[in-house]
Design a protein. Structure first.
Length: 437
């Protein structure tokens, strides 16, 4: 079964390589729409199709000129003027967007009036130069895990836990006055949960409070010299997480990310980062380097596929009776998912579900083997699948549900000091998220 899931998940990760193919397909669609526009110059349908394809491919100048052409022929076309205002807002031309909004008769249609007022608020917020985001999620989870320890005296343990959880995520964004829409983001996340783990490496699963805190500062800058949608982000962060049994992961680091949109409906990002772990408690890792690529793409109406490839290298020293012994750990993870807009309610609220999975292969330090005379590295292989549902129940609130199942195998352990073991785990998690922004 593990091999089967490994191959299935890896197949989904071809996304990153396929994104340029998607961009070519979008270009073909734009060419077709342009040919139709030329051959059927009097058709409003041909113009609308061309605008849609131009926006999807990020050819905003083509979309703007086409909408201007529509308004030249029909100055009272409210839909075209509103679309034009949205495009100007999107590219940061707030004054031009506002001028078009002022020309729309707000009393003509209640729905149009609502959209105009909403867009005006967005423009005013962007002009002020500050944005705030705050989301609070609270709910409950059930988890169950079974561990089978091999060796001279094999045994099996099963544990389960019911736990509440809370996630608080916030960010303050300073929008800089620049043509590339640069910004600085100050944010943080706090989580509380309970987890199951073999805390003392004796084969017995136990529960512990898995609290975590993370803060970051990010500078985001557009690089139009490379692409109209290209951005570079530099982040500095601090991270703290409880791992149970007196162990605490503390990390200070930095990360650089480059992202680009081959089309409006796709995005690829590449990242690399370094973290210093030397102030952690009862952990021996001191340095960690992370790197990877991730992407997502809309492949059909209401359908989005995503994929990622991530890796890391970690090194440190373990105190020994005669000095210290250095070690190097490493690993990679592959992930893939498919999201689908399942239903749209009459009031416009949505129900989205996502199916995905991940596969990880690592060579890590076996803390169960650490002694004044011995240090050992082991192989850890993990796969997991999940099914998420998100139902919007109010303008700022949504209900979340996740069902997951996975397996873990630990092998190549040191005889007499540790033992190979297999784990399987499953859980169900539900909660409600409220967004204050």
């Amino acid at each position: 079964m593990t091999q089967h899931w490994r191959e299935s998940i890896f197949g989904g990760l071809l996304l990153a390589a396929l994104l340029p193919v998607a961009a070519l397909a979008q270009s073909t669609a734009l060419d077709d729409a342009f040919d139709r526009r030329v051959s059927d110059s009097g058709s409003r349908s041909a113009l609308d199709t061309y605008v849609i394809e131009a926006v999807r491919e990020g050819q905003y100048d083509q979309a703007l000129s086409t909408l201007e052409e529509v308004l030249f022929a029909s100055p009272n076309d409210v839909d075209a003027r509103l679309a034009l205002a949205r495009l100007y807002y999107h590219i940061g031309s707030y004054d031009v967007a506002s001028a078009h909004l002022e020309q729309i008769d707000l009393f003509a249609d209640e729905d149009i009036a609502r959209q105009v007022e909403e867009l005006k608020r967005l423009i005013e917020r962007a002009r002020n130069g500050w944005e705030t985001r705050l989301a609070v999620t609270a709910g409950g989870a059930y988890r169950e895990a079974t561990q089978r320890v091999q060796g001279f005296f094999p045994f099996t343990t099963t544990r389960s836990v019911y736990t509440p959880y809370v996630i608080i995520d916030g960010e303050i964004v300073r929008l800089l006055d620049s043509p590339t829409r640069d910004e600085v983001r100050f944010g943080g996340t706090a989580t509380y949960d309970q987890a199951l783990s073999d805390l003392d490496f004796d084969g017995d699963l136990e529960t512990f409070d898995a609290t975590a805190l993370r803060g970051h500062v990010t500078y985001s800058k557009g690089v139009p010299e490379l692409s109209d949608t290209a951005r570079i982000e530099i982040t500095g962060y601090g991270f703290l997480r409880e791992l149970g049994a007196g162990r605490q992961h503390r990390e200070l680091g930095t990360e650089a990310e480059f992202s680009v949109q081959p089309t409006v409906e796709s995005r690829v990002r590449y990242f690399v980062g370094y973290g210093w772990l030397g102030d952690s408690q009862n952990l021996f890792g001191e340095h960690r380097v992370r790197y990877g690529v991730a992407g997502e793409m809309r492949v059909a109406p209401g359908v989005v596929v995503g994929g990622s490839i991530k890796g890391y290298n970690e090194w440190g020293e373990v105190p020994q009776f005669f000095g210290a012994q250095s070690y190097t750990a490493h690993g990679y993870e592959l992930g893939g998912s498919i999201g689908h807009l399942l239903y749209v309610f009459e009031d416009g609220k949505s129900w989205v579900h996502r199916i995905g999975g991940r596969y990880a292969n690592e060579r890590v330090l076996d803390y169960g083997s650490v002694s004044p005379f011995q240090v050992d590295l082991i192989d850890r292989e993990t796969w997991e699948v999940y099914w998420d549902h998100t139902v919007q129940v109010a303008t700022r609130a949504e209900v979340n549900l996740r069902v997951s199942y996975g397996e873990e195998r630990i092998s190549d352990t040191l005889l007499f000091f540790s033992a190979d073991r297999d784990n399987d785990f499953w859980g169900i998690k539900t909660g409600i998220t409220y967004r204050f922004n």
